[in-house]
Design a protein around this ligand. Structure first.
Ligand code: PDD
Length: 295
């Protein structure tokens, strides 16, 4: 069965879902994206992701392609049509299609696509054993708070880290860790405090990060929003990263530094447990026949 992809109002088999060559997303990376997790049929932190989609589009002046409620309906339809119990829903909105020109026409119609990517997101080997992250100078532009599809810096950094024997990479700028190449970065100090840097144009405001900050506060864990250096990270008691696609993943080695005994620590385990409890409380997309016909 071919995957169905949503594209500008229609659900199409993947082989027929096409975007014009002159689309500005393709030519200029002039596009915004979002990624929401589906775990065991539950839709995770989706209100946060849709709010961030609206914010990112607003920051670069692309019109919303539909209301947030309509987008949520599309996400749920796609999950049902593709019978995806575990994986991600990817949304992308580009400014639209026109003759190649740096200056966009003011009245362009955005190109809106949505697709599902089935994948096991919970109980992964990385979440069980922890991962090793490399450290590199942050190569990105200065508006990392906008979730654009311009991801070449992250692609190259991840590729180099993988070639160097690491699982992933954390970025640093001006003596401080900014974030992971596709995740928010956290460390745990030797007195048990969780540390993550405050939101700013230097990082993406992570939705998983936001959810976790609320969960740890309710649980009585202590969390400080402050910057931390690569040196502090390398000598931390524990570390972890968060994202829609990796949930809460322990980091057990940073560059050459093994943290503690090289196994995920108790604070990270607690954060993982709190997040999985929240996942199980999240709204479930029940399998039912889809209300739209493919065109
Ligand atoms: N990336 N920082 C960056 C640079 C990211 O790309 C991501 C997510 C995050 C975490 O955000 P959230 O918790 O809202 O997923 C932080 C997604 C998963 C991606 O690009 O596929």
């Amino acid at each position: 069965m071919e995957r169905e992809i949503y594209i500008n109002g229609a659900y199409l088999p993947e082989s027929r879902a096409q975007v014009p060559v002159m689309d500005r997303g393709f030519l200029f990376g002039d596009a915004i994206y979002e990624v929401t997790a589906v775990v065991d049929g539950h839709l995770i932190d989706n209100d946060l992701h849709l709010a961030r989609l609206a914010r990112s589009l607003g920051e670069i002046g692309i019109a919303m392609p539909a209301t947030l409620a309509e987008i949520c309906t599309i996400q749920q339809d796609l999950v049902r049509r593709n019978a995806m119990t575990d994986g991600t829903i990817y949304l992308q909105v580009s400014r639209g299609t026109q003759e190649r020109n740096f200056l966009p026409d003011p009245d362009m119609r955005p190109t809106f696509i949505a697709l599902t990517q089935p994948k096991q997101l919970a109980d992964t080997r990385a979440q069980t054993n922890g991962i090793a992250v490399d450290l590199v100078e942050d190569p990105r532009w200065l508006r990392c708070d906008i979730k654009t599809t311009q991801l070449l810096g992250q692609v190259l950094a991840k590729q180099a880290a993988r070639q160097g024997g690491f699982d992933d990479v954390w970025l640093h700028r001006d003596g401080q860790i900014t974030e992971g190449a596709s995740s928010s970065a956290f460390i745990v100090t030797h007195d048990g405090r969780i540390v993550t840097r405050p939101n700013s144009p230097a990082i993406l405001p992570g939705c998983t990060r936001r959810a976790i900050m609320d969960l740890v506060a309710q649980d009585g864990l202590r969390l400080d929003e402050r910057g931390f250096s690569p040196q502090e990270a390398g000598t931390a008691a524990e570390a972890f990263l968060t994202s829609a696609s990796s949930l809460v993943t322990p980091v057990v080695r940073i560059g050459a530094h093994v943290l503690g005994d090289g196994r995920p620590g108790p604070v990270t385990r607690r954060v993982q447990a709190l997040y999985m409890q929240a996942v199980r409380r999240s709204p479930r997309i029940l399998p039912q026949s889809a209300p739209y016909e493919a065109v």
